[in-house]
Design a protein around this ligand. Sequence first.
Ligand SMILES: Cc1cc2nc3c(=O)[nH]c(=O)nc-3n(C[C@H](O)[C@H](O)[C@H](O)COP(=O)(O)OP(=O)(O)OC[C@H]3O[C@@H](n4cnc5c(N)ncnc54)[C@H](O)[C@@H]3O)c2cc1C
Length: 277
Amino acid sequence: MDLDIDTVRTARTRADCTLRPGEVFLGGGTFLYSEPVPAGVTGLVDLTGMGWEPWSVDGSGLRVAGTCTLEELVSGPGVLGADASGPYRALGIVGQCVSALTLSAKVARTATVGGNLALGLPVGSMIGLFAALSARAVIWTPDGGSREVAVSDLVTRAGVVELAPGEVIRETRVTAAVLGQRTAFRRVSLTPTGRTAAMVTGRRRGDGVALVLTASVPAPHVLLVRANDHDGLDRRLRWITGLGDGTWYEDPHGSREWRAAMTRRLAHEALDELGGA
Ligand SMILES: Cc1cc2nc3c(=O)[nH]c(=O)nc-3n(C[C@H](O)[C@H](O)[C@H](O)COP(=O)(O)OP(=O)(O)OC[C@H]3O[C@@H](n4cnc5c(N)ncnc54)[C@H](O)[C@@H]3O)c2cc1C
């Protein structure tokens, strides 16, 4: 841990979220405190002081604050989703998506959803979770306004997100209609406790299925396929491969070819699971 910074401010009001030169936002700090201080960063603004309700659910759907910890996500929305035939069954994949992160319980107690989304890592499984739920991220802009973006569009490249300097991920929203739909989760890693190398999350919507590929690709891919249309799925996967070098992600946790093959297997399994009525 390298804490060579000058200031840490706790944000308690929206005005406090206006960054001064050299400042960046602090969520749980599990990434920021595990890396050397980025060049030019001299101060942190702690968002956890905003006191946002971690999550809430009502007739319009689910809202998850940027500061909701992964532990709070599992013990709240994750528990709501445990009833496989209930009104929140789409949330049945919450626990699996959190477990897909290579975090100890201690880190999960502090790490936030907003921090995971803002990092935009291929293995950021909150991206796969909320993209499968067609969630929208509500982003506070530095001029005092806000904008919304689909979580599936938030990450553009590995570690690069559609956030301008000073923008805060305030919350993610999932509509009530989506909460009642069926979801599926698959993941694989090279070793039993290794980093996720390919992850597929999916949701049944009408007579179609939305599959979200993460971890094996630099930024999420959303594939819309008809239920049980395995040929259609293969066509879409071939199209992704045809996009060229760099389409499939590669690092010490898995080669491109292996990840592409695993993704295909997982995607077909998820399509099978979501196939029946
Ligand atoms: C042992 C270990 C294993 C890990 N494994 C994984 C893994 O498998 N996959 C993975 O994706 N990550 C992993 N991480 C990285 C990290 O812990 C998680 O991504 C975590 O969810 C980040 O959340 P945080 O609140 O701690 O972020 P922080 O460290 O506080 O911040 C991370 C970044 O997000 C920005 N940020 C934080 N909150 C907001 C917000 N609301 N709005 C805008 N910007 C914000 C910060 O400015 C910073 O740039 C791991 C970390 C450790 C220490």
